[in-house]
Ligand binder design. Structure first.
Ligand code: G16
Length: 543
């Protein structure tokens, strides 16, 4: 085999944000941009020669082309085996599972997750370690450092591999296995959940709509819900993965999955609806005329996780990201589980999962997962909900109301301001950071500030420190504003303002969040001086 060393020059913008390197497709298409980054990753890893690399992907535009390049670079770098899903498809959670099942060295996931796709959309690269978890900051820092000095990459001179058929072939000492992307993951889900009980639920006339958003979960959802659980054909909509997601923004929330929300708030409504994102690691749950906030959802999963036999003897603590409303903390306290608070980014859960410190974790950004994998897992969360519905006979709304009656309702909203100029957004954050030490005791929008601080985190397992992970302003224990910049933008900046408030009076449980939070919204606008930085005082979207 002809292996070539290609001379190259570094790109200085290959930084990894909250989750991998995400850039416009046009940026990835620059000469050697992809090649440099893949070689930078391989140069930073040790001991993979002869070992297995898994390549996952959500089928987005540029993924097919990128997969061929990556295969050639992996062969040249002497991986012993490459496992890739048929047509390059393998959801993020399925990639994590395949890495673990086949004892792979690690995996590359070709996805920009919830970001839009297509020629003008985004592309991305994430790296998962042998535990099937997102590379921790200590490793991603190495990738980035190497990308800034890289001067050559290795590539095998070989034809493209036909990924349309399941098969195994040998290329110069590397075995390339094109696998069914669905079956391993689906068998695993059958080990975790009570498929018989969920099947009975569907056979009793229970109706569900699952929106795959033209992204990777379509084939998984059809196999699970329609083929195995007996849900009628048509239960899964937007089921065909498309390179541009059919123009949809594959982010399951009230704004981008509006068609599903409209369906659930209309007439002739199914009992239950759910959606996932581009690479299948996020989820959204809706009941009839009812939206389940992801922070409430995490608390409900915590409430019921010990009812699933799979977790018996495996219950450790729980974790949530800091901006996630602390509803789950109340459940954890009641059940005697320790609850950790990590920075935003699934990678921060990895060390806790690997050290058996936690069993369940989740985020406000529609992500939840457990020790079954080291990634967040959208379909797992949907199946978990179905299992709870089947066991309790309750509706999503009844389950949420049970939670609120028991612990109080912690309202949670996030105002997202997109398209800010990066420099101006950074300026805003540094101005606010300067104010932080002086905020305690000040009155903002008629509310005295009890405590204000910048969230810094020390990983309890590795002692690694992550600084400046968001600004927290507390008005009381459960009334707070958290402000941070998104780390998943491919260009420009997105400001996220998260607000929480605990309400104990059941008569107020039906007040809309914007009304309950009016004072916090006002305080957040004053604190950020948002009018100075955004074209509109109103957020681009609210989650
Ligand atoms: C990624 C991370 C999540 C994070 C989310 C939003 O999700 O894995 O941990 O909560 O981005 O991050 P940010 O607020 O920085 O934009 P995904 O589904 O996009 O991989």
């Amino acid at each position: 085999m002809d292996i070539k060393a290609i001379q190259t020059k570094p790109y200085l913008d290959q930084n990894m944000g909250t989750s991998g390197l995400r850039r416009k497709v046009s940026v990835f298409r620059q000469p050697n941009y992809l090649e440099n980054f893949i070689q930078a990753i391989f140069d930073s890893l040790e001991g993979f020669e002869g070992k297995t690399l898994v390549i996952g992907g959500d089928g987005r535009f540029f993924g097919a082309e990128a997969a061929q390049t990556i295969i050639k670079i992996a062969v040249a770098n002497r991986f012993g085996r490459i496992i890739i899903g048929q047509n390059g498809l393998l959801s993020t959670p399925a990639t994590s599972y395949v890495i673990r099942k086949y004892h792979a060295f690690g995996g590359l996931i070709l996805s920009a997750s919830h970001n839009p796709g297509g020629p003008d959309g985004d592309f991305g690269i994430k790296y998962d370690n042998a535990a099937g978890g997102a590379a921790p900051p200590v490793l991603t820092d190495k990738f980035v450092a190497r990308s800034k000095t890289i001067d050559r990459y290795w590539i095998a001179n070989m034809p493209d591999i036909d990924l349309s058929a399941i098969r195994s072939l040998e290329v110069d000492g590397t075995t390339i296995d094109v696998i069914d992307p669905v079956s391993d993951y689906v068998s695993y889900m059958q080990e975790i959940f009570d498929f018989k009980a969920i099947r009975r639920l569907f056979s009793s006339g229970f109706r569900m709509t699952y929106d795959a958003m033209n992204a990777v979960t379509g084939p998984y959802a059809c196999r699970i819900f329609e083929d195995l659980l007996g849900a009628p054909k048509g239960t899964v909509i937007h089921e065909k993965p498309l390179p541009d997601f059919g123009g949809l923004h594959p982010e399951p929330n009230l704004t981008y999955a509006k068609h599903l929300v409209d369906l659930m708030y209309g007439e002739h409504v199914p009992d239950f609806a759910a959606a996932s994102d581009g690479d299948g690691d996020r989820y959204m749950i809706l009941g009839r005329h009812f939206f389940v906030n992801p922070c409430d959802s995490l608390a409900i999963l915590a409430e019921y996780i010990d009812t699933l036999p799979f977790y018996h003897g495996r219950m450790y603590g729980i974790a949530r990201s800091m901006p996630t409303a602390p509803s789950v903390d109340l459940v954890a306290e009641n059940k005697g589980y320790h609850c950790y608070q990590t920075p935003t980014g699934w990678k921060f859960f990895g060390s806790l999962l690997e050290a058996d410190k936690i069993t369940l974790c989740g985020e406000e950004s529609f992500g939840a997962g457990s020790s079954h994998l080291n990634e967040k897992d959208g379909l797992w969360a949907v199946l978990f909900w179905l299992n709870i519905l089947a066991n309790t006979g309750k509706t999503p709304e009844e389950l949420c109301r049970d939670l609120w009656r028991r612990y109080g309702r912690i309202y949670a909203i996030c105002h997202n301001y997109m398209g800010l100029e990066s420099e101006k957004a950074a300026q805003m954050m540094s101005k606010l950071t300067e104010k932080v030490p002086h905020l305690t005791g000040q009155i903002i929008a008629d509310m005295p500030v009890r405590e204000a601080f910048v969230f810094n985190y020390t990983d309890p397992v590795t002692d690694e420190v992550a600084q400046n992970q968001g600004i927290c302003i507390y008005f009381d224990q459960y009334t707070r504003i958290v402000i941070r910049l998104s780390g998943t933008d491919s260009s420009g900046a997105t400001l996220r303002i998260y607000m929480n408030k605990l309400v104990l009076d059941a008569k107020q449980f039906d007040v809309v969040p914007a009304e309950i939070m009016a004072d916090l919204i006002q305080a957040a606008r004053l604190l950020t001086d948002i009018k100075e930085y955004a074209t509109n005082e109103n957020p681009t979207f609210v989650t």
